[in-house]
Design a protein around this ligand. Structure first.
Ligand code: ATP
Ligand code: MG
Ligand code: MG
Ligand code: MG
Length: 460
């Protein structure tokens, strides 16, 4: 089944069950505490918090998501991309566990025709009620596993609504690893669909699991996320998420352009091209921090991996054009901003080429002056000031018969990371404080009304 049919099948199923379609929010969220949209529920957060009442208690969406936290997994696992589409059905204080569970099973086994004996489910540790519900629809006990906070308790990664979850996983078969279900680490069982029983509220704290659970939400809600890319991989009998009709066309072009075959790099270049196109279409431009930095990092990684494949000509323009051609029918913003995308990737790639050239010159001088070892400080300066990655320094050193003081380099990187973390923490804290102030004002004065572009009065 092609991805357009997967989206339609999903939406038709939930439309027949009283859900109203809500368009994807842009990747740049209106929530100031969130860097980029990372789940279908993001735009519904005020409903879950009880701050606003929706017109209709059931919604469904196909949400564009970006998760940079998965960047290192791209190309290496068969299930992670930095950009993906999340199919979701939502209940705002309406139906709860029973419907969410039985509908997910019915859709996967009767409409997408997945073999029920390949489906495993996980539930949150002590959630006996959910185990009973799965048993009642016929899932055998030995394919129901209980997992803890990390896997089966969902939260946004920032303060907000959260709750225990139950997930459906697909057994890809013995060629991908030992039997044992999703509780076993590895890639045999792909997590496919997360059903979150959104009922609690999380506060601020150090790291995802450190956020204290503050209490109950005003109502019991349902938030689900089914990864379109992962479902497409199964239904298209593809090796992984980069081999579907979603990323496949870009991957084929990378292979055509490449001088040699290096599967991980090829997948990275193809996959990042899609994220790059979608981010620019939603108004993100490359910059040294924030969202722009995410975009720049994706572009530089894609370019470096392309060079590693022996592609010396500009690569981002042709690849993002392929993405626009393939997905522009479903996501018209790609087509609307096709020129902007081409312009931005072309100038960024030219700029990065220049960076690499300057870095190479600096490195050559360093190499000619070194006897035996290139200092950690030099390697760090190359990376930090020239944007010249350590991999390239190591390569050049090796060819010149030199070594790099990697320990000293690692210390400097760690030092910089600590500084960035401190800076990031205060930025995040500022954003959360601004958000809290906004909420308080809103509670006191009600929502602000849009009074038109002519009004220049500043709101506080
Ligand atoms: P995983 O454990 O495999 O990293 P997750 O638990 O982080 O996935 P959720 O936050 O539960 O994912 O998101 C809901 C669904 O979205 C997942 O079940 C999966 O189908 C899809 N999904 C999540 N992250 C990615 C990704 N990086 N690439 C593609 N699909 C994803
Ligand atoms: Mg994950
Ligand atoms: Mg998971
Ligand atoms: Mg999950």
């Amino acid at each position: 089944m092609r991805s357009p049919d997967i989206r339609t099948t999903f939406l038709d199923f939930f439309r027949e069950r009283g859900h109203r379609a809500v368009p994807s929010s842009p990747l740049v969220p209106s929530d100031p505490t969130l860097l980029l949209a990372n789940a279908g529920m993001n735009q519904f957060k005020p409903y879950f918090l009880g701050e606003t009442t929706p017109d209709h208690p059931r919604a469904m969406s196909v949400q564009k998501c970006v998760r940079t936290s998965d960047i290192e997994n791209v190309g290496r696992t068969a299930r992670h991309t930095t950009f993906f589409e999340m199919l979701g059905n939502f209940s705002f204080g309406d139906y709860f566990k029973q419907e969410a569970i039985s509908w997910s099973w019915e859709l996967l086994t009767e409409h997408f025709n997945l073999d029920p004996s390949r489906l495993w489910v996980t539930v949150y540790l002590d959630d006996d009620e959910t185990v009973r519900l799965w048993r009642r629809i016929g899932v055998p006990s030995d394919r129901i596993q209980r997992l803890g906070m990390k896997d089966n308790y969902w939260s946004m990664g920032i303060p907000g609504p959260c709750g225990p979850s139950s997930e459906l996983h697909y057994d890809r078969g013995p060629q991908y690893g030992p039997e044992g279900g999703p509780a076993v680490d590895g890639e045999r069982y792909h997590e496919l669909w997360n059903l979150v029983f959104m009922q609690n509220l999380r506060g601020d704290g150090p790291g995802k699991e450190g956020y204290p659970i503050l209490g109950e939400l005003p109502a019991k809600n349902i938030d689900t996320g089914l990864g379109l890319d992962r479902l497409a991989a199964i239904l298209q009998d593809a090796d992984g998420v980069c081999d579907t009709d979603l990323v496949g066309p870009a991957l084929r072009l990378v292979r055509e352009l490449a001088a040699h075959d290096e599967p991980v790099s090829s997948r990275i270049v193809a996959e990042h091209s899609r994220s790059i196109a979608f981010l620019i279409a939603d108004g993100v431009l490359p910059s040294p921090d924030g969202r722009g930095h995410v975009l720049r990092r994706l572009m530089r990684r894609a370019i470096l991996h392309a060079r590693r494949l022996g592609i010396d000509d500009p690569v981002l323009a042709p690849l993002t054009t392929t993405v626009v051609d393939g997905l522009g029918g479903t996501w018209p913003e790609l087509t609307t901003h096709a020129d902007l995308i081409r312009h931005v990737v072309t100038s960024e790639e030219e700029g990065f080429e220049q960076t690499l050239r300057h870095g190479t010159r600096f490195l050559e001088t360093a190499v000619s002056r070194s006897t035996g070892t290139i200092s950690g400080a030099t390697a760090f300066k190359l990376q930090d000031s020239y944007g010249f990655p350590i991999d390239l320094t190591l390569d050049a050193a090796r060819s010149a018969g030199l070594t790099v003081d990697e320990d000293a380099f690692a210390e400097l990187v760690e030092e910089r990371r600590r500084q960035a973390l401190e800076a990031g923490r205060s930025t995040k804290k500022d954003a959360i404080e601004r958000h809290d102030t906004y909420r308080r004002l809103r509670a006191e004065h009600g929502p602000t009304e849009f009074v038109g572009h002519d009004t220049t009065e500043t709101e506080t």
